[in-house]
Design a protein. Structure first.
Length: 302
């Protein structure tokens, strides 16, 4: 209806949905969906395999795994553990963890803004092992293989005066990890996916892109090391809410008429406003623990 390019989303799954609603054939993009009815978890794997597919999707070539869990925002520890296990399982598929690996986990975002504090909270809950192994060796851990995990919460430019990428590049150059995992809060196109969806991708991450604040990406090309991006949508474009509400009232109009009407009705300043649920502070704590536990499981072989 309204130009999808003006409504922002960080989720590759939502980008594919915008194509499936029309008549456009999306070549170079593979989509596979699996639904676990017992646990009510839907997993969708989007693979962008060609340059044309990447251009159409507006995203780099690579794999995008989306885990949709309707109860993820609830305080159900057993359910959250199941999601942690899913995160760990998919990470093991994307990364070879059969040998000892040095991993740097970067928690992106501003801890002073609740909806943007997911990354720093994940770092708070992460089990750091790099310093222990460096000091005492693997024998101190009672495990044959334990990955060297370190963490960093670089803040945002307004706090540090530096690009996040500059800070991360410096740490990577000094500590020389085998793998970087970047965790960030995302923006969604659909309200029903807020705080209920986890995206994992092997293409890295671009801080701030979902809210139109484009920064230098944390990617393999920039860091010279493999980068995995993990994110949860915590905000939605305010224009999306207006768009979806009006769309149901305009079913009688032709598609072009709907588009023109909505473009007139939605004020331009709504595209710079973002909305988050009122319980986001509590939800972000649940989500950050779920993601950190998934990382702990993956790196400890649990």
């Amino acid at each position: 209806m309204l130009g999808n390019s003006r409504i922002r989303t960080d989720l590759a799954l939502e980008a594919t949905e915008s194509f499936s609603q029309g008549s456009t054939e999306l070549r170079g993009v593979e989509v596979k969906e699996q639904y676990d009815e017992e646990r009510d978890i839907r997993t969708t794997v989007v693979k962008i395999t060609t340059e044309n597919g990447a251009k159409a999707m507006g995203r780099p070539q690579g794999t995008y795994i989306t885990i949709e869990a309707p109860d993820l925002s609830a305080s159900d520890e057993d359910y959250h553990r199941e999601i942690s296990e899913e995160i760990a399982r998919h990470l093991r598929k994307l990364v070879n963890l059969k040998r000892e690996t040095s991993v740097l986990v970067v928690g992106l975002g501003n801890q002073a803004i609740t909806a943007d504090a997911l990354g720093p909270h994940v770092i708070d809950n992460l089990r750091m092992t790099r310093h222990i192994i460096r000091e005492y060796g693997l024998k101190s851990t009672e495990k044959e293989i334990l990955h060297r995990v370190s963490g960093l919460a670089p803040g945002v430019m307004a706090q540090t005066g530096m690009e996040t990428s500059e800070i991360v590049m410096g740490v990577v150059a000094e500590t020389k990890p085998d793998l970087v995992i970047a965790v960030d809060a995302l923006a969604a196109r659909s309200i029903r996916r807020l705080n209920r969806t986890v995206q994992i991708t092997d293409t890295g991450i671009h801080p701030g892109s979902g809210v139109g604040n484009h920064r230098i990406g944390l990617t393999e090309e920039n860091l010279q090391v493999k980068v995995i991006g993990i994110g949860v949508p915590t905000v939605v474009d305010a224009a999306t809410i207006v768009h979806d509400s009006m769309e149901h009232l305009l079913d009688a109009l032709e598609e072009q008429e709907q588009k023109e009407f909505l473009e007139e009705m939605i004020a331009p300043n709504l595209y710079s406003m973002f909305v988050t649920p009122k319980d986001v502070d509590e939800t972000v704590k649940y989500l950050s623990f779920t993601i950190s536990e998934g990382l702990n499981m993956a790196f400890s072989g649990v």
